[in-house]
Design a protein around this ligand. Structure first.
Ligand code: SF4
Ligand code: F3S
Length: 106
């Protein structure tokens, strides 16, 4: 399955949700996740994300090993999002910041 990784935190551009054919994105306060059980690996969302947050779980960047489990767990309680909405206020600034895991609000 595909999963959302750290770059999304505090950005949440939501371009990804508009292309998903199975509506498997779920929204939290400052992050989005994919429900890996619903994702059909169409890859359409990957190119939509302005901060390159989405990866195939078998092809994760170093340091992102925790994200498949985070996506699985958070997708169970966060609501589905299917329509694009405005990015978070400081998305442009946060898009350039690394090590944002500590800011994730669940
Ligand atoms: Fe949805 Fe396709 Fe992205 Fe999976 S890879 S989350 S099915 S758009
Ligand atoms: Fe997050 Fe990128 Fe989607 S920032 S909300 S994964 S477009």
């Amino acid at each position: 399955a595909h999963v959302v990784t750290e770059s999304c935190i505090l950005c949440k551009y939501t371009d990804c949700v508009t292309v998903c054919p199975v509506d498997c994105f779920h929204e939290g306060p400052n992050f989005l996740v994919i429900d890996p059980l619903e994702c059909i690996d169409c890859t359409l969302c990957v190119a939509e994300c302005p901060v390159d947050a989405i990866y195939l779980d078998a092809d994760l960047p170093n340091g992102m090993e925790e994200y498949p489990e985070l996506n699985t767990q958070l997708a169970k309680t966060w609501p589905v999002l299917i329509q694009k909405k405005p990015a978070l206020a400081d998305a442009e600034t946060w898009g350039k910041v690394r090590d944002k895991r500590i800011y994730l609000v669940t």
